[in-house]
Design a protein around this ligand. Structure first.
Ligand SMILES: [Zn+2]
Length: 521
């Protein structure tokens, strides 16, 4: 019964249909009823617990800082061994994007073992664990998929078997970012143990799928189809001990060029698509490398740091860092090796900063002199993503991942900052071996992209990051994370919800890319 959504697919009812949604509700409700057969006892016990929680909460949070931070730290430390075991189990189950079934089920098992009020798998295959019974939701998100291992020769030990020392846990997914899921699950457990869930709220821990393939897709599903809109979301991606309030966005752009083939012995009869693409590729390179001087014809993307070109958001762009573009793939068609190529296409990896939007990025390529010159023979477009989830569900979306930044003063950012200050002080903390990269402001930003692109970038749901591990470990061979980080994060998560002073209606956003006007779900 644990996996109460799965039988729906087997019964052949299309996921996402109203019927499926109805059955989901009945299943999850009847799960509580039938799993135990002591339904009324449970309800009564829950009421008693609720009343106790309320009393505790009043004690804990009335004066802001009367929360028992030592007890939270102690509880988190007490779970270090359990968190280590859970993480090593997750690492041992290979879980590349679209193949996360094993780790999702392992996560549900842990949630049930720890007494989550509800643990379920949605039709896209995301694990959703609930603690508490309020109307409003505070969510902790971690993607459970990992990238592959690359060249195995670069690993000193088995990336899936991994190992642990007194301080570190080794293996694919340790930092990016199964460790984050582990800390979030135990953070919620501590909240429940110590009665820290604020009145009127419930806690959602999501272990989400397909992030490495298509960041934010899972939250498009959770928001649009599961119908879940948290008051704010904490991303548990690795932050090197910092609290991160945004990152650059990105886009996958495709440029197609048409040509006309002919016999290679008389190339003048044809129109070589590769030559045309060669001109365009040089200008894409220029776009990345050029300066923005008055005399420069193709102004470089660095121009977005200049108030002259980005008057509204140049400061935000300076905070996030400039946008970039690079040609990442090239394709062609040609009738043979003895012919003129009749088509050529490239993919462009575009990182976007504040002030750049999906259409401004497409228009920028369309405005390149050679794209203009070849006119109708060139098509500039955005990729779509439609790889099926491990459940078989296909949820097509654009390969556009909007930029987002929050105000440092936003209540959800401050809730984390205050929890960190009260528990660990003003500066980033960590194992000595991790500190070289942590001599930076406590509140900062990611270099890479996260599910925040849809949580806040698309939907404007406030998002903030704090997660175990190091960004530099992500996608690298010999990936490690630190046991101390798992503890630190679980403690900060447990404390931050009670320190949240938002009403849910504040304007927290400095910048977000927003949705496109395409007719997707
Ligand atoms: Zn990640």
């Amino acid at each position: 019964m644990r996996n109460c959504f799965r039988p729906i697919y087997r019964a052949g009812i299309p996921p996402g249909s109203p019927l499926s949604a109805g059955i989901k509700k009945i299943f999850s409700f009847s799960k509580i009823l039938f799993d135990n057969g002591v339904f009324y006892d449970m309800i009564e016990a829950e009421h008693r617990r609720g009343a106790r929680r309320k009393r505790n909460r009043n004690q804990l949070t009335t004066e802001g800082h009367t929360m028992d931070f030592e007890a939270i730290k102690k509880a988190a430390q007490g779970y270090e061994a359990d968190m280590t075991k859970f993480l090593r189990d997750l690492i041992a189950i290979p879980s590349e994007s679209c193949e996360e079934e094993g780790v999702i089920k392992r996560t549900i098992l842990e949630m049930e073992r720890l007494g989550f009020d509800r643990a379920e798998i949605d039709p896209e295959g995301n694990a959703l664990g609930w603690m508490g019974d309020g109307e409003k939701i505070i969510a902790f998100d971690g993607h459970i998929d990992t990238v592959g291992i690359g060249n195995i020769d670069n690993w000193e030990q088995d990336p899936y078997k991994g190992y642990e020392t007194e301080d570190v846990i080794y293996g694919r997914g340790g930092s990016d970012q199964e460790g984050g899921v582990v800390s979030a699950v135990y953070g919620a457990k501590i909240m429940k143990d110590l009665g820290l869930i604020p009145e009127g709220y419930k806690i959602l821990v999501t272990a989400t799928v397909q992030e490495e393939d298509c960041d934010g897709l899972c939250w498009q599903y959770i928001h649009n189809e599961d119908g879940i809109t948290p008051e704010f979301v904490v991303s548990t991606e690795p932050t090197d001990g910092g609290i991160y309030r945004g990152h650059r966005g990105r886009m996958e752009i495709r440029v197609d060029v048409k040509g006309v083939s002919c016999h290679g012995s008389a190339p003048e009869r044809g129109d070589n698509a590769i030559y045309k693409m060669a001109d365009i590729v040089q200008e894409i390179r220029a776009l990345n490398e050029n300066d923005d001087a008055e005399t420069t014809e193709i102004k470089g993307l660095v121009k977005m740091l200049n108030p002259q070109f980005n008057p509204e958001h140049y400061e935000d762009a300076r905070f996030l860092g400039r946008g970039t573009c690079t040609v990442s793939q090239i394709f062609y068609t040609s009738p043979s090796r003895c012919a003129v190529a009749d088509s050529c296409a490239v993919s462009i990896d575009r990182r976007m900063t504040a002030g750049e939007t999906w259409d401004s990025c497409l228009d920028e390529i369309r405005a390149l002199p050679s794209v203009q010159k070849y006119g109708q023979d060139v098509k500039v477009s955005m990729y779509m993503y439609d790889r099926p989830a491990w459940t078989g569900l296909k949820y097509e979306t654009e390969c556009y991942f909007p930029t987002w930044i929050n105000k440092e003063s936003a209540p959800h950012v401050q809730a984390l900052a205050e929890a960190h200050r009260a528990l660990f002080g003003e500066k980033r903390v960590g194992h000595p071996g991790a500190m070289a990269l942590r001599d930076r402001p406590l509140i900062d930003k990611w270099t890479f992209s996260t599910n925040g692109v849809s949580i806040q970038g698309r939907y404007g749901i406030p998002c903030v990051g704090f997660g175990p591990g190091a960004e530099s470990q992500a996608h690298a061979p010999n990936e490690i994370t630190w046991k101390q980080d798992l503890v630190t994060c679980a403690a900060v998560y447990a404390a931050c919800v009670g320190l949240y002073k938002g009403k849910g209606d504040e304007d927290v956003c400095v910048y977000r890319g927003g949705k496109t006007n395409n007719d997707i779900k």
